[in-house]
Structure formats: C-alpha cells, structure tokens
Design a protein around this ligand. Structure first.
Ligand code: DQA
Length: 142
C-alpha cells in the first residue's frame, strides 16, 4: 500500500478566509484541503493544522515514519524555527515548502526561511494553487 502524502499547516492558517484576505485570499483551509484531496486522486492525504511548534514537530515525526512526501506551510515559524528545520532534516522523503503569499516580496523578516534550508523545494506566491503545484511536484518525485 502506498504511504500517504502529509500536508502540515502552521499557526493562524486555521483562519484562512478571514485573515488578511487581500494577502492570503478568500479560500478557507477546508477549501484547500478539498482541492488537495481532489488533486491527489487515489493517493491518501493526511492534512493537518497546528498552532504550536511542538505539535507541528510531532506531525513531522509522524510523516517521517508513515509518509511518502511532506508538504509544509510553516506559516510564521518559517522565519523563526530552527526546530522545524532540524525536524525536516530527519526525513528522507521529498519535503516541499508551501506559501500562499510570496514572502520574498514582503517584509524583510519574511525573506529568511529556515525551513527552505532543509526542503527539497519551495512553492510560493500562487495562493491556494501553491498547494496544488507543490502536490504535483511531490507526486512527480515519487
Ligand atoms: C505564509 C507566509 C508567512 O510569512 C506568514 O507568517 C503566514 C503565511 C503564507 O502562506 O504565505 O502565516 O506562510
């Protein structure tokens, strides 16, 4: 049986649709989850959202054991978390960093991504489509 693709979402992404829609769009995380499930076809998706760093790390460890690939939108922890970087560096499956917005075109503090240093690649700036492009990339790599 093929292992599922894990999609992990970080803090405040539970508020998508209400949160700064001019930047993050009007789709909710539930909408994005449905789009990902459709695009994944027969592949299983384990989709989750966590507001704390420790919970994200626990889920990364789960992906390490049970996942075939990991898509991760680390949200604000992108720019601060060596712990998330260390966690994804323990994985030997494709790790795709996802952002709805293009952090490189925003505030200076968003231009640094710790997670990018351990990711296979990054997709950012395409709104909900970033997830679908990332998913396609992951599937192509499997
Ligand atoms: C984000 C970009 C981050 O800088 C920000 O903190 C987020 C969302 C994005 O998807 O564009 O919460 O990861």
């Amino acid at each position: 049986m093929t292992k599922p693709i894990y999609i992990i979402n970080g803090p405040n992404l539970n508020l998508l649709g209400q949160r700064e829609p001019d930047i993050y769009g009007s789709q909710t995380l539930t909408d994005i989850q449905a789009l990902c499930r459709d695009a994944a076809g027969k592949r299983d998706i384990v989709f989750s959202q966590h507001n704390s760093e420790g919970a994200m790390i626990d889920q990364i460890h789960e992906a390490r054991t049970y996942g075939s690939a990991l898509l991760i939108n680390p949200a604000a922890y992108t720019h601060t978390s060596v712990a998330l970087l260390d966690a994804i560096k323990t994985l030997d499956i494709p790790v795709i960093e996802i952002h709805l917005s293009n952090p490189a075109a925003r505030e200076t503090f968003r231009t640094l991504s710790y997670v990018a240093m351990g990711a296979t690649g990054t997709v950012s700036g395409f709104g909900a489509q970033s997830y679908l492009l990332g998913l396609q990339a992951a599937i192509n790599l499997l």
